[in-house]
Design a protein around this ligand. Structure first.
Ligand code: SF4
Length: 255
């Protein structure tokens, strides 16, 4: 069956403002093993993993290791994998190491065009290689992050992956996320957050942020006007027209 943006309207109305756990449970019930969490091991993503695991939801977690991540981020992945028994963490990697990529194409991340190519090769392509394995990817995007995420809804299309995107935290506020992490000390929190990094990406393109700067000011600080890597369709502003999923989902998704 084909699913368009308009087809998701009723589903989004139904789940708008729902507790994140309710959205996660629905996704798990409908999609089973065809659902996966996509996490870069930042605090919202690890909180989402905690929520899923403690709710007893068996899910794959996809983590893209670009080869130029901080050691703290890799350690966060390892700790999460070891302490969340219901989750199966899968690390996706680019075809070439960063040095081999640089030998072939030059030092990409230092220009805007190069950054797009580098993020495509090191972030988007490894995920795209999993196309066909999942019918929904679950992310931790929140509307109150603002920017391209200001309009994020519980469900969206990912045309490139031919899958849905689920955003259980769509209406979760910063305060609610903080409270969840405070109330659950066993949420694995990437230590970089305590070292001046409100958001975290690859080390060549991530710096600490001053107290009076926006949260994402440390991402691609060396490049004007780059705000996102593009692994999330919401951030690309390129939602596409439709995805094609198995008919067995029709009743649950379209009612
Ligand atoms: S964030 Fe920087 S280093 Fe990482 S994939 Fe994108 S351009 Fe390359």
């Amino acid at each position: 069956m084909k699913i368009t943006h308009a087809d998701l309207d009723a589903l989004n109305r139904r789940f708008e403002g729902s507790p994140p756990r309710a959205i996660l449970r629905f996704v798990h019930e409908v999609f089973g093993e065809r659902a996966a969490i996509l996490s870069s091991m930042q605090r919202a993503g690890t909180a989402l993993c905690h929520l899923a695991d403690r709710a007893g939801l068996d899910l794959d977690v996809l983590f893209v290791d670009t080869g130029v991540l901080h050691a703290e981020t890799l350690a966060t992945r390892d700790t999460l994998a070891a302490t969340h028994p219901h989750l199966r963490v899968h690390t996706l990697q680019p075809e070439h190491g960063f040095l081999e990529q640089t030998r072939r194409e030059g030092l990409l991340y230092i220009t805007k065009e190069g950054q797009e190519r580098c993020c495509e090769l090191r972030k988007s392509a490894p995920l795209l290689a999993a196309r066909g394995k999942y019918d929904v990817l679950i992310g931790a995007l929140r509307r109150d992050e603002g920017g391209a995420r200001a309009g994020v809804k519980p469900f969206a299309l990912d045309v490139e992956m031919n899958a849905l995107r689920a955003h259980p935290f769509a209406s979760f506020t910063r305060e609610e996320l903080d409270a969840y992490i405070t109330e659950h000390p066993d949420v694995v929190v990437n230590p970089l957050h305590l070292m001046g990094f409100p958001t975290i990406g690859c080390f060549p393109c991530t710096t600490p942020v001053l107290p009076d700067e926006p949260e994402r000011a440390g991402r691609w600080r060396h490049l004007a006007s780059v705000a996102y890597c593009g692994i999330n369709p919401t951030d690309r502003g390129a939602p596409g027209e439709e995805v094609v999923l198995d008919d067995r989902y029709a009743a649950a998704l379209l009612g």
